[in-house]
Design a protein around this ligand. Structure first.
Ligand SMILES: Cc1ncc(COP(=O)(O)O)c(C=O)c1O
Ligand SMILES: [Zn+2]
Length: 393
């Protein structure tokens, strides 16, 4: 197995410690598809069911993957898009899809003999890396934008024992430090430019196919640093290349309006340009310079998909809809999938009779403040039946 540059095609051995090509291009793992087994029987789904598709031998696991794929009947009827599903990644061990990347990435760190790992994070990556480093018994440094990470994620990173380093600046600033530190200080970087992380995350595609028994017409998901959309597309492409299925989905990436460098370039037909001061209520995707943008751009283009942006108001409305109509409590970033679907259905850019899988990337409990700040509780009542009868009126 080798690492290959997506720009110039140069190959590197898998045990060479590097994150980018000499030319600066992003690297991807070339999967040995002749060894990838057809295990798609819809049963006993966990991430490690797909071990033969993954580039690691060791296994640092907290039982990730195997997340539920819900049919969203209520919302599907309401929106006139009956074939609507959600793959709920909040059900992973630390409450987000990042666990898929970290089980593979931290396993790789051990294989490479690394005993220190590092990441920049809008929150979920730090929570996940902290947990897997704890399990592996290695040291984790996590750099987060000071004051801009959701409470639950911060609590997770702290209790799992990572060294949490707040940075004055945003995610993009923190990532710049991490890239330098990994180059000069001998710490293994587990941001999503690490191609092994994306190998773990491609299992979302394998699971969707395993659970549905077919490839959906469209997959919608939030785009921040743009790793996940690239990873899921790679998973679907490999299913096709391995001869498991002939179908491919359209990849539809959704960004928040205040942090939408990819969606705005796409819609305006202009070259990619970073956003200097990204801002959105969806802190997980408050990213102005997505490191994986060339991979994501290709995923959308090759798949015939699209990129869209939604307002904070649309995101919070979609978050409420998922919770109140389907019993699914997701964090704001995850609700962009539904907000984007609603927008694209309304504009007529997509048709309602196709199948749609929303990737709900992280659990709602990660960011409780966003909810309790929006809703007001009434004054307390006297502890009597009479008082409660008044309420029921
Ligand atoms: C909940 C959630 N959704 C979406 C994303 C964006 O994923 P990516 O950075 O791979 O585009 C993140 C990344 O931090 C996240 O935490
Ligand atoms: Zn190259």
């Amino acid at each position: 197995m080798v690492l290959k540059c997506i720009e110039c095609g140069r190959e590197y051995p898998e045990d060479e410690l590097r994150y980018r090509c000499e030319c600066g291009g992003l690297l991807e793992v070339v999967t040995e598809l002749d060894k990838a087994e057809d295990v798609f029987d819809g049963k006993n789904i966990t991430l490690w069911k797909y071990e033969s598709w993954l580039p690691v031998e060791k296994r640092v696991s907290l039982n990730e993957g195997g997340t539920p794929l819900y049919r969203l009947k209520n919302l599907g009827e309401e929106l006139g898009a009956p074939k609507l599903y959600a793959k709920n990644e909040g059900n992973n061990p630390t409450g987000s899809f990042k666990d898929r990347g970290m089980t593979v990435g931290v396993s790789k760190a051990l294989e490479l003999g690394m005993d220190k790992v590092i990441c920049a994070s809008t929150g979920n990556t730090s929570a996940s890396l902290a947990a897997y480093a704890a399990k592996a018994g290695i040291k984790a440094y996590v750099l987060v934008p000071s004051g801009k990470i959701a409470l639950g994620k911060l609590a997770q990173a702290m209790i799992y024992g990572a060294q949490v380093v707040p940075v004055s600046g945003n995610f993009d600033d923190a990532l710049r430090v991490v890239v330098k530190a990994s180059g000069e200080l001998g710490v293994y970087m587990l941001n999503s430019i690490n191609p092994f992380r994306l190998e773990g995350q491609k299992t979302i595609a394998l699971e969707i196919y395993d659970q549905l028994g077919f490839v959906p017409d469209n997959v919608l998901l939030p785009v921040g640093n743009a790793g996940n959309i690239s990873a899921i597309w790679k998973g679907f492409k490999e299913l096709k290349e391995a001869g498991i299925t002939d179908e491919l989905p359209r990849m539809i990436g959704i960004q928040a309006e205040g942090a939408a460098p990819l969606a705005s370039a796409w819609k305006e037909g202009k070259p990619f340009k970073p956003v200097e001061k990204p801002e959105t209520v969806a802190t997980a995707i408050r990213i102005g310079n997505p490191a994986n943008w060339p991979k994501a751009w290709r995923a959308v283009k090759e798949s015939g998909g699209t990129l869209e942006m939604v307002s904070d108001e649309e995101i919070l409305r979609a978050q409420e809809l998922l919770a109140s109509k389907e019993g699914l409590f997701v964090e704001p970033a995850s609700a962009t999938s539904l907000a984007g679907l609603i927008k694209l259905l309304e504009s007529g850019e997509i048709g309602s009779d196709e199948s749609y899988v929303l990737i709900t990337t992280g659990h709602g409990l990660k960011d409780p403040n966003i909810v309790v700040e929006r809703f007001t509780l009434p004054e307390p009542i006297e502890p009597t039946l009479e008082a409660f009868k008044e309420v029921m009126k």
